[in-house]
Ligand binder design. Structure first.
Ligand code: SAM
Length: 176
C-alpha cells in the first residue's frame, strides 16, 4: 500500500511553479505592403516577397546569415486583439467546421495563448539591416521576435506523421 502510494506520488508532476511573466522586445518588423489578414488570405503566400527590417543596432548579428538559403522567422501577430488570445481552447482549424475540433495547441492558429508564430522562408538576400525573404505569412508591420538559420538535418523530419485534417481534404496553404 505504502509502495503504491509512493509510486503515485513520484509520478505526480506537482503543482505548477510560479512561472515568471516574460517580456520580449521585437528585433525587427515585416514590410511587404500587405495591410491586413484578409488581403493576405487572397495572395499566394509562397510567392510573397517581404523585407524584414532589423533594428540597426542588431545589424552586426546578421554576419554570415547570407550563406543560408532558408531561415526560420518567429513573429508576433500584433493584430490579434489581446482578449482573443487564448480565448478558445478548442477550435475547428482554419475556422472550417468540416475540420474536427482540436485543442488550440494541436493547431497552428494565431489566436493561441502566446502567439509566437514560426515560418520557414526562403532568404533572398541580406543588405545592411534588411533581409529579403519569400513565403512569409505575416502582414505589413508584424513584429519579428527572432530569426534562425533553417537546418534541414535538425528542422525537417521526413518520417513525421500528421492527422488527416492536415493531409487530406481542404487545401492547407500558408496564409489560408
Ligand atoms: C495561422 S498563422 C501560422 C503562422 C506560421 N506559419 C505558423 O505556423 O506558426 C498565419 C496567419 O496569421 C495571420 N497573421 C499574420 N500576421 C498577422 C498579424 N500581424 N496580426 C494578426 N494576424 C496575423 C494571418 O491570417 C496568417 O495567415
Amino acid at each position: 500500500m505504502v509502495e503504491r502510494a509512493k509510486r503515485l506520488v513520484s509520478r505526480s508532476e506537482g503543482p505548477m511553479p510560479d512561472l515568471p511573466e516574460i517580456t520580449l522586445r521585437p528585433i525587427g518588423v515585416v514590410r511587404n505592403g500587405v495591410k491586413d489578414t484578409n488581403t493576405l488570405a487572397e495572395i499566394e503566400v509562397d510567392g510573397l516577397k517581404s523585407r524584414i527590417v532589423i533594428r540597426p543596432e542588431y545589424e552586426e548579428g546578421l554576419l554570415g546569415l547570407d550563406a543560408w538559403s532558408h531561415i526560420l522567422v518567429l513573429f508576433w501577430p500584433h493584430q490579434v486583439p489581446e482578449e482573443v488570445r487564448g480565448s478558445k481552447l478548442r477550435l475547428h482549424p482554419r475556422d472550417d467546421p468540416e475540420n474536427p475540433l482540436q485543442g488550440v495547441l494541436a493547431t497552428r492558429a494565431q489566436i493561441r495563448m502566446n502567439p509566437i508564430l514560426c515560418t520557414a522562408v526562403r532568404l533572398l538576400g541580406v543588405k545592411g539591416n534588411v533581409l529579403r525573404v519569400q513565403g512569409l505569412d505575416a502582414i505589413d508591420g508584424t513584429p519579428v521576435l527572432d530569426i534562425k538559420p533553417y537546418i534541414a538535418r535538425f528542422d525537417s523530419v521526413p518520417e513525421a506523421t500528421m492527422p488527416e485534417w492536415v493531409t487530406g481534404g481542404a487545401e492547407m496553404g500558408k496564409g489560408k
